[in-house]
Design a protein around this ligand. Structure first.
Ligand code: SIN
Ligand code: FE
Length: 294
C-alpha cells in the first residue's frame, strides 16, 4: 500500500483568503479524509520586536510547551516581564491568524468551531527523552487523558518559525480505520464508576465516554508497540521554516521527530459540523463496535 497523507496547497499564501470555492472544497475534503494540509507559501512572519523570543531559554523547563489560553493566560514560560508581554502578543497574533485561516477556508465550520489553546514550542525535539507514552516522537493520534472530547474533533494549525531555516520533521502514518482495526479491541475498559470518579476528583475535565477510552487505547496501543513504530506504513515529511500545515490530529497518525520553534493553535469542532461526519473517528469507531460510544 502506498500512503499519500500530505495534501499540498501551493496557491494559498494569505491567512485571510479570499479562497476560491474549488480551493475550499479540496481543502475540506482532504482535511476530513485525515490528510495533513501543507501550505508551503503561508508564513507566520515574526516581527523585529519578537526576534528575541526565539530562544529555548524562555521555556520554564518543566512543561515542554508554552501555552496561552483563549483568555490570554500564558503558562510554562519564564521570561522577563517585558518578554512575557511580547510573548503573549505573539501568541495572540498567531491565534488570530490561525482563526482567520480556518474561518475563511472552512466557512461551514465557522458557526461551531471553538478556539482552544495556542502553544509555542521553542525546544528542540530531537534528543528529548520521555516515557514511550509521553513521547510524541512516536506515531500517535492525539487523545488527552485529562480532557475527554466525547467525539469532538481536534484540529491543529502549525507554523514553523525557525529563524535559521531549521525544518520540522514529522512522520505521518496509516489511515485512521487501520489504526482503529489494530488497537480498538485491545483498549482498556473503564472500571465501574471510574469515569464519574475521575470527573468528581477533577482528574478529568468533564466525563470520559467510551469514545475517550477507545481513543486513549489507540494512542497508547500505537505508542507502546515498538514493532508498529518501526514497521507500520509511514512517510517522513520535513516542513521547511516559514511554512504552515494543519490536520485533525485525532485522525491523522503523526509523530514529530525533530525541529525547534513552532507555533500551534488548537480548535475543537463537533462531529455534526463536518461535511462528512461518517469519516470522523467517532463514527468510524461506532461502526466498528456496532454501538453508540458517547
Ligand atoms: C504532536 O502533536 O505530537 C507534536 C507536533 C509538533 O510539535 O510538531
Ligand atoms: Fe500529537
Amino acid at each position: 500500500m502506498t500512503l499519500d497523507p500530505i495534501a499540498t496547497f501551493e496557491d494559498i499564501a494569505r491567512w485571510t483568503g479570499p479562497f476560491r470555492d474549488a480551493q475550499r472544497a479540496a481543502a475540506q475534503d482532504a482535511l476530513e479524509s485525515g490528510k495533513v494540509l501543507f501550505f508551503p507559501r503561508l508564513s507566520f512572519v515574526i516581527g523585529n520586536s519578537e526576534a528575541t523570543l526565539l530562544t529555548d531559554q524562555l521555556s520554564n523547563g518543566r512543561a515542554k510547551n508554552i501555552s496561552r489560553d483563549p483568555d490570554g493566560r500564558v503558562q510554562g514560560e519564564r521570561g522577563s516581564a517585558e518578554e512575557s508581554v511580547r510573548l503573549n502578543m505573539m501568541l495572540g497574533r498567531f491565534a488570530e491568524h490561525a482563526r482567520a485561516l480556518v474561518m475563511h477556508l472552512f466557512p461551514g465550520y465557522a458557526a461551531r468551531v471553538e478556539q482552544a489553546r495556542t502553544s509555542y514550542r521553542p525546544v528542540e525535539i530531537a534528543g528529548r527523552r520521555y516515557s514511550p507514552r509521553d513521547d510524541d516522537k512516536r506515531l500517535h493520534l492525539d487523545a488527552f487523558p485529562s480532557r475527554p472530547q466525547r467525539g469532538r474533533r481536534i484540529l491543529r494549525v502549525f507554523s514553523n518559525i525557525h529563524p535559521m531555516g531549521g525544518k520540522r520533521v514529522w512522520h505521518v502514518g496509516e489511515p485512521f480505520e487501520d489504526v482503529a482495526r489494530r488497537y480498538a479491541s485491545k483498549a482498556r475498559k473503564p472500571l465501574p464508576l471510574e469515569p464519574w470518579l475521575f470527573e468528581t476528583l477533577g482528574i478529568t475535565r468533564g466525563r470520559r465516554s467510551e469514545y475517550d477510552y477507545l481513543m486513549l487505547g489507540l494512542h497508547d496501543g500505537a505508542k507502546l508497540d515498538t514493532a508498529y513504530q518501526k514497521d507500520s506504513p509511514q512517510v517522513e515529511f520535513a516542513f521547511p521554516a516559514g511554512t504552515t500545515w494543519m490536520c485533525f490530529t485525532d485522525q491523522a497518525m503523526h509523530a514529530a521527530l525533530s525541529g525547534q520553534f513552532a507555533l500551534e493553535q488548537t480548535f475543537h469542532l463537533p462531529v455534526e459540523a463536518l461535511a462528512h461526519p461518517e469519516r470522523s473517528p467517532l463514527k468510524v469507531l461506532e461502526r466498528m463496535m456496532g454501538r453508540t460510544l458517547v
